[in-house]
Design a protein around this ligand. Structure first.
Ligand SMILES: Nc1ncnc2c1ncn2[C@@H]1O[C@H](COP(=O)(O)OP(=O)(O)OP(=O)(O)O)[C@@H](O)[C@H]1O
Ligand SMILES: NCC(=O)N[C@@H]1O[C@H](COP(=O)([O-])[O-])[C@@H](O)[C@H]1O
Ligand SMILES: [Mg+2]
Length: 394
């Protein structure tokens, strides 16, 4: 039995813990607030600020884990190198977690070192640098804090008049101590997709069928699998995913994000060294193993004999309509009247307006009409809390 320390205990961690508990492992779930989703299914919990390196070290010393599994980006990742040196397995590796928490590190690696096609980009610390970069890139452009996720602090800029607010939002939306922004060329993509990629201790890199998704405000609203792309585009994406995960090293699942342009060009966007939110669609019976089961197997060095598409499926997010510290009234009854439908409620103890509280999952035969599944997942998501998956969050 392994002792697993989970850093971050949201919905993705919860499903990972369920996979680990099904195999009889011991899990300590950590997050900044009590009763986080994964804590509810783990053996023990720790509530502390994971950006505080000393607090993190104290928890590691107290629990002496065999494996550390990061689940969010807001972690003092520099300390993970020390734990790794002391013989603790960091998933997928301290290097991967450290590089991907900062957009500069991962973008420079992908674009400059590996030569992958990305959006044109600059970094800026001051408003002057920012304005010069915007002039260089042109409008529209995309602005993001170097450290943030789920679209926090991100905006699209269409003209000079919007620059100041975008800069301020990105500086204020920045997490941790890095106050710097990235400004990117706007990619007018046809669609975007996630390639779930599994790197193994004792085996080749494996790929799941691509997942299509739509984001609004930088945040995922719906996803579906399989996402049909040409063999050539798939090969390009797999090659890039293989190169970037190999450079970052380690074993586990990764969510590698791409844009597909109208001309059929595949552009690397970013990647998560952990299960991906758009990959929750795999909880709806799409592949033989969900992204969480795949992560668990890869982390433990267990064999993965194959990844197969068993169903076509779609997911849509269930967002909170209110601010509340009381459990919300989830309407399961209406959605579950429909066949091949599942609802996952994460059990977050507090709701905030627009916070993701659950997902709906709908699936059918592998060749089922994906658009019909997407419509069904979105329609049923609306019935759960009465909110549209595409609602404005601000
Ligand atoms: N250069 C770009 N051109 C067009 N759209 C973009 C660009 N960069 C980001 N986006 C849009 O914003 C979304 C979020 O961007 P990104 O993945 O970089 O942010 P994030 O905050 O790290 O999100 P998450 O942590 O949820 O993956 C993308 O999925 C895409 O829809
Ligand atoms: N795009 C990253 C992502 O989806 N992360 C998932 O959301 C949780 C935070 O949710 P919260 O913001 O509602 O606390 C994280 O813990 C993780 O499970
Ligand atoms: Mg992303």
């Amino acid at each position: 039995m392994k002792r697993i320390l989970l850093l971050g205990s949201g919905e993705l961690g919860k499903e990972f813990v369920i996979a680990a508990k099904r195999a009889g492992q011991y899990v300590i779930a950590c997050d900044r607030y009590n009763d986080a989703p994964a804590m509810q299914v783990a053996d023990e919990r720790e509530v502390f600020n994971m950006l505080d390196g000393d607090a993190l070290e104290a928890v590691v010393n107290k629990h002496r884990p065999d494996i550390i599994v990061p689940e969010i980006e807001a972690i003092r990742t520099e300390r993970l190198f020390d734990f790794e040196k002391q013989g603790v397995q960091v998933v997928p590796s301290a290097r991967a977690v450290n590089y991907t928490m900062n957009r500069r590190a991962i973008r420079d690696l992908a674009s400059r070192e590996l030569g992958l096609r990305t959006a044109k980009y600059f970094y800026a610390k001051t408003y002057e640098e920012f304005k010069t970069a915007a002039d260089e890139i042109g409008f529209p452009c995309v602005v993001k804090p170097l450290m943030s996720s789920s679209g926090h602090g991100q905006s699209y800029v269409h003209n000079d008049g919007e620059l100041e607010k975008a800069f301020r939002d990105a500086m204020e939306g920045s997490r941790g101590d890095v106050k710097e922004v990235i400004i990117e060329e706007f990619i007018d993509f046809e669609s975007e997709f996630t390639l779930l990629t599994v790197t193994q201790k004792n085996g080749p890199t494996l790929f799941c069928p691509p997942i299509g998704h739509v984001q609004k405000g930088g945040d995922y609203r719906e996803s579906w699998q399989p996402y049909k792309i040409s063999d050539d585009a798939l090969k390009q994406a797999q090659r890039m995913a293989d190169e970037v995960t190999r450079a970052l090293t380690g074993a586990g699942i990764w969510g590698v994000e791409f844009f597909l342009t109208k001309q059929g060009e595949v552009i690397f966007s970013e990647l998560s060294p952990r299960p991906h939110d758009t990959g929750m669609v795999t909880l709806g019976h799409t592949t033989n193993l969900s992204e969480f089961e795949l992560h668990f197997r890869a982390v433990m060095g267990l064999p993965i004999a194959g990844i197969h598409l068993e169903h076509a499926g779609a997911s849509a997010v269930v967002l909170s309509p209110v601010e509340s510290d009381k459990p919300l009234d989830y309407n399961f009854a209406d959605a579950l009247k429909e066949d091949r439908t599942r609802i996952r409620v994460f059990g977050k103890p507090e709701a905030h307006f627009g916070r993701r509280m659950g997902v709906t999952l709908c699936y059918g035969e592998p060749d089922a009409d994906i658009d019909a599944l997407r419509d069904k997942a979105k329609r049923l998501a609306k019935t759960v809390l009465g909110t549209d998956p595409y609602m404005d969050k601000d």
